[in-house]
Design a protein around this ligand. Structure first.
Ligand SMILES: [Zn+2]
Length: 217
């Protein structure tokens, strides 16, 4: 995988990559309508995976802004959001879709799903994740906290074609993406049809952002 090479995440499928510390990956919402689930693992310790629950503690907020760092379940910084040309609507709450979710939605036959896509992408690299991880970073997914402060509203993606985010690796790590196959619950924008997305690895350095005053150790 060469720096700057545009790699497709085919609709309803997964793709993974390895980043060295300091490299970054730019994830592009090619059609502007697609949710992409994201996972990451410490390359030196696969049991130390990116954790949405630990990240919310670290950031003291629900969803990340540019400059925010994701941490692992062992509280190690792993990825930092360094660019975001989208409206900044992402989700750290919702479990990745899996085959059980589709069975509960009434699907009789096997339905492709993000959790299996995560395994698919990593196994293509010859890496076996030690456990299923339902808590993914759901890029471009539009989940809003309602005015009552406790209810969640699921809406369609609000990005436009070509919007992207860039995640800088703060350690050597694996990153997996899934172009979410959800076609029953209306989360993909407009027609609700799962589409492809793309990513590219960037070698250029992204400097550490200044510490935010609200950061709580
Ligand atoms: Zn999904």
């Amino acid at each position: 995988m060469q720096s700057g090479e545009l790699i497709e995440i085919p609709a309803r499928h997964g793709k993974a990559l390895k980043l060295k510390k300091g490299q970054a990956v730019r994830l592009i919402n090619t059609h502007g309508t697609q949710v992409v689930d994201c996972w990451a693992w410490n390359a030196a310790d696969l049991a130390d995976h990116m954790s949405m629950e630990a990240t919310r503690v670290w950031l003291q907020r629900l969803n990340p802004l540019v400059g925010d760092t994701f941490v692992t379940m062992k509280r190690n910084p792993i990825l930092t959001l360094v660019e975001d040309t989208s409206p900044g609507v992402h989700d750290t709450f919702m479990a990745a879709c899996d085959r059980h979710r589709y069975e509960r939605l009434g699907v009789k036959d096997y339905h492709r799903n993000c959790l299996d896509n995560m395994f698919e992408g990593m196994r293509d690299l010859g890496v076996e994740p030690p456990m299923p991880i339902l808590a993914s970073f759901n890029v471009f997914m539009n989940i809003a906290v309602e005015g009552d402060g406790r209810s969640l509203n699921t809406g369609p993606v609000v990005t436009k074609a070509g919007d992207y985010i860039t995640l800088r690796a703060d350690m050597d790590c694996y990153v997996a993406f899934s172009a979410c196959p959800q076609d029953i619950v209306k989360i993909q924008g407009e027609a609700g049809t799962p589409r492809s997305a793309h990513f590219m690895v960037l070698d250029q350095g992204f400097p550490s952002p200044p510490p935010r005053p609200a950061w709580v150790p």
